[in-house]
Write a protein that binds this ligand. Structure first.
Ligand code: SF4
Length: 500
């Protein structure tokens, strides 16, 4: 869709005359950008500053939506980066704008290029080569501080860096190198984040999103949002959630890492549904589902009940300290069947540390029980990727071949059990999960490899070659040992470097 059509379909677009305009860039397509509550929240915060306006651009929207201007014409570009593979979108948007992708190759003729977003909670080191400043963690307050400092500095990077040195929440790659500072936490009074713009052109089509809670009080050992991050779960009171929903919102999405852990979740959903609105929840915990909650969700338009098991077996779920048990998943299937929800979807991970074929066989067994209760079960299967700032940091990737083998075994087991047509398997790519792993565990060199790989066509083979050429070997307490072919290639590369 073109810019005019996108804008015409939006409700809530902010237009403002301002002395300072910045470009808010999302390195994925419009559909993903406008589904991101964090991106919308920063849009709201920047527009709330006197004399400042933020204009949006995305991977598929090169000129800003609000002003139809190229991003290279702005004094500051603020990127929101959600996950590792979006770094290719950062390179793409900068290349396309004619701005050097590497911060070290930019000077005062170029815009300041800063970033924040969910990726800063795990490992922002691969982002570092591309950005002048990285805002760590929750951005509501830190972005205001940064904007004021940038304006005072006349948008000159040296002056900005001087003013930011030593202030918490700012990662200055040229100064900190790979020593990443801790994430910032916003004041509780600034919660909840809420949608600014609604549009039919996202997966969530015209949904008004509002935060129900921030963070999580649980301790799953693979998760960056666990209780040790920013003081655990912060609850938004029921009254604040409901009072912030505008009259015109027909669909309301409750957003948070663990929304069903909200102490008043049933009452909140009841308020929304009894008000004649439909409802969506970003994270349903199987051990928190009750008959009343699922009844309300069904009344509020739910067709698919989505829960997460994450470990393929009870043993695996213990390994990752996930409190969900088989009995909770079975109970979820019963509730989905009772309330006539079309599908039960269960997220699982494959390749969790110490997993064996027997764990996959247990998942086949569980599938028999789920399929006996509910006619349509779907698994969303993602390979396990160890993240920084989690207890499982540094755990090796199981291997593309191992993950693919387990997937074949699962499919074969389901077929042999006569469940081929009843239980659907929707896997994400093991190859791209490996790329994600290399970035999740990598340093700055991993970001440089993304740049090379993207410019070389962005194929999996291009990434593999680029990681080897840049000498990317994940570090950590149990770092993965490169294969012998990779070691030979690394050695050749080093010899070639020495020879030149
Ligand atoms: S995986 Fe979910 S339940 Fe577990 S710590 Fe993370 S947000 Fe909480």
């Amino acid at each position: 869709m073109d810019r005019r059509s996108l804008i015409a379909d939006e409700r809530g677009t902010l237009h403002k005359e301002a002395e300072t305009r910045v470009a808010l860039v999302y390195p994925s397509p419009y559909r993903a950008a406008m589904s991101s509550l964090g991106y919308q929240q920063i849009y709201r915060v920047l527009h709330g500053m006197p004399g400042v306006a933020a204009d949006r651009a995305m991977l598929d929207v090169p000129k800003t939506l609000e002003e139809d201007m190229p991003i290279s014409s702005y004094p500051l570009l603020a990127y929101s980066v959600a996950y590792e593979l979006e770094l290719a979108g950062v390179v793409e948007t900068l290349d396309r704008a004619g701005i050097p992708a590497l911060a070290s190759e930019r000077d005062d003729r170029h815009p300041l290029v800063i970033a924040g977003g969910p990726l800063t909670f795990s490992n922002p080191a691969p982002m570092a080569p591309f950005f002048d400043v990285i805002v760590m963690g929750e951005g509501e307050e830190v972005i205001i501080e940064l904007m004021n400092a940038a304006r005072d500095a006349g948008f000159l990077r040296d002056r900005l860096w001087t003013s930011l040195v030593g202030r918490p929440g700012f990662y200055l790659p040229h100064l900190h190198g790979e020593k990443v500072p801790p994430v910032a936490a916003a004041d509780d009074a600034l919660l909840p984040a809420r949608s600014v713009i609604q549009t039919p052109n996202t997966e969530l089509s015209n949904m008004f999103m509002t935060e129900a809670a921030r963070g999580c009080s649980r301790g799953c050992t693979y998760c960056v949002m666990r209780r040790s991050t920013n003081g655990g779960m912060r609850i938004v009171p029921r009254e604040s959630i409901i009072a912030g929903i505008p009259e015109y919102a027909h669909k309301v999405g409750l957003v948070g890492a663990a929304v069903t852990d909200h102490p008043d979740i049933v009452a909140v959903v009841r308020d929304i549904v009894d008000g004649g609105r439909s409802v969506g929840i970003s994270s349903l915990r199987a051990d928190k589902l009750t008959d009343e909650l699922v009844r309300l969700l069904a009344k509020g338009g739910y067709r698919t009940l989505t829960v997460a098991g994450d470990g393929a077996s009870e043993r695996m779920r213990r390994v990752i300290e996930r409190s969900t048990k088989a009995e909770h998943l079975i109970h979820s299937a019963q509730l989905a069947a009772t309330h006539r929800l079309h599908t039960l979807k269960v997220y699982m991970m494959l390749g969790v540390p110490s997993e064996t074929d027997a764990d996959v066989d247990e998942l086949v067994q569980l599938s028999r029980e789920l399929a006996a209760i509910h006619p349509r079960v779907a698994y969303g299967l993602a390979p396990f990727v160890a993240k920084r700032n989690t207890p499982l940091d540094g755990t090796p990737f199981a291997g593309i071949d191992v993950v693919e083998h387990r997937l074949v075994r699962l499919r074969a087991g389901l077929k042999a059990a006569g469940l081929g047509g009843k239980v659907e398997v929707r896997p994400t790519s093991a190859r791209w999960a490996w790329v994600e792993y290399m970035l999740a565990q990598g340093e700055m060199s991993a970001g440089l490899a993304v740049m090379d790989a993207h410019r070389a066509g962005g194929t999996f083979a291009a990434y593999k070659k680029a990681f080897i050429a840049r000498g990317v070997v994940p570090t950590g307490p149990r770092a993965r040992v490169p294969s012998s072919q990779e070691l030979i290639a690394l050695k050749r590369q080093r010899l070639a470097t020495l020879a030149t």
